[in-house]
Write a protein that binds this ligand. Structure first.
Ligand code: N2P
Length: 383
């Protein structure tokens, strides 16, 4: 049916005026959200962190002091965080990204650079570690290190000894997970892997003495063969619950993170049926990671994000994270607030030679992501 063309009569003019008005408001709001100037009632900070990765009083003390309300959500893998950032409009002001991922995210325009004038406590961070991070983040433009640690193997000493029987412990702890000779015996007392490509694949590449940043299909094929040979012995894929399973005795060997395994060891000592849990330091080295606070490009409360980061870098606050979580921190004047038994524990603060033996992942690329996620899916689901 023929529709008469709308003439710019009175109703149309009113509609047009309304549209201009609405777009002006939207534009004004957009410009507020891209600057660090906040309204006095914007007393909010949206924070996206790994599970079990903050002390109980960290947020409460910040809220009390600043009147800023912190909304905290958690994730369990770098992949999950990356998807949130790619989709955009997450609403988060600070997210906890491991350095190799954060580099890729900065290159992809997903992050907002720091305003260092708002971060005077950066002076507290160990210059050697800052230099290390600067290899990925030149000029330390985007990342503020929260904590660092390494991926390794944790065991229940008695159960592993019993399950191995006449087989002595291997020279290199990674053998417990990657060599079928050991894994086949340990399956009976529970053997778990972390549940994400970006944790399992680098450890497997390291075990095979390949570069963690490789994009060669042959290297991923070798990983597929390695993992395929132990798949039937894996009883659990977990990045959170594995510590409880070690503590309750339903797991005897787990790929896990240094601080989480150290906490499991301590918690187990408080139980009625004590499980003797031990985080091991593989002779060939663990996989080192730096978890860093970064701001998404569209962080709505950037000024509050800076306040929070500066608060974390206070010596006592950074030390309290380490005291609670048993992961190392980069804060030099904070060292004296770290309890002596933690500061002297080599599985929390490894020796220089242990650090030198470790592998660190460089910048993650989309090709590495594709290759490792395909390889991990084959491993986990046999696809
Ligand atoms: C703690 C999470 C450790 C983070 N549960 C590993 N990058």
């Amino acid at each position: 049916m023929f529709q008469p063309q709308m003439k710019p009569g009175k109703p149309f003019r009113r509609l047009f005026a309304l549209a201009v008005f609405v777009s002006a408001i939207l534009l004004a709001r957009a410009s507020v959200s891209t600057t660090t100037v906040e309204q006095p009632d914007d007393r909010v900070l949206n924070f996206y962190n790994w599970s079990d990765y903050i002390a109980p009083d960290t947020i409460a003390n910040f809220e009390k002091e600043t009147g800023i309300k912190v909304h905290a959500d958690v994730f369990d893998s770098s992949e999950a965080l990356h998807v949130k950032l790619l989709l955009g409009h997450s609403g988060y002001d600070i997210v906890m990204s491991s350095s190799g991922w954060a580099r890729m995210q900065a290159d992809g325009g997903l992050l907002k650079p720091l305003d260092k004038t708002l971060l005077p406590n950066l002076k507290n961070l160990d210059p050697l570690l800052q230099a290390q991070i600067a290899k990925l983040d030149p000029g330390n433009k985007y990342m503020v290190t929260w904590l660092w640690g390494y991926t390794t193997v944790g065991i229940n000493v008695d159960k592993v000894k019993a399950a191995l029987g006449d087989l002595p412990m291997p020279d290199d702890a990674w053998d417990l997970l990657f060599d079928p000779k050991y894994a086949s015996r340990l399956s009976s007392c529970g053997l778990s892997f972390l549940d994400s490509p970006s944790e399992v694949i680098p450890a497997a590449l390291h075990y095979l003495h390949r570069s963690l940043d490789t994009t060669s299909q042959a290297d991923y094929d070798a990983v597929t063969v390695l993992l395929g040979a132990v798949r039937k012995y894996v009883t659990l894929f977990s990045s959170t619950g594995y510590t409880n399973n070690l503590i309750d005795g339903s797991l005897c060997v787990a790929m896990g993170w240094s601080g989480d395994l150290n906490r499991a060891q301590r918690q187990a000592l408080d139980m009625t049926y004590v499980q003797n849990i031990q985080p091991l330091m593989p002779k060939s080295g663990g996989i080192m990671f730096f978890d860093t606070m970064v701001m998404p490009k569209d962080a709505p409360h950037a000024a509050n994000a800076h306040l929070f980061m500066n608060y974390i870098m206070r010596p006592e606050v950074h030390a309290s994270l380490t005291n609670k979580l048993l992961f190392a921190n980069p804060n030099l004047p904070g060292r004296k607030f770290v309890t002596a038994d933690i500061a002297n524990n080599r599985s929390i603060f490894p020796s220089e030679s242990e650090i030198l033996a470790m592998d660190v992942q460089g910048k993650v690329s989309s090709l590495v992501l594709r290759l490792s996620s395909r390889t991990f899916t084959k491993f986990k689901y046999g696809l």
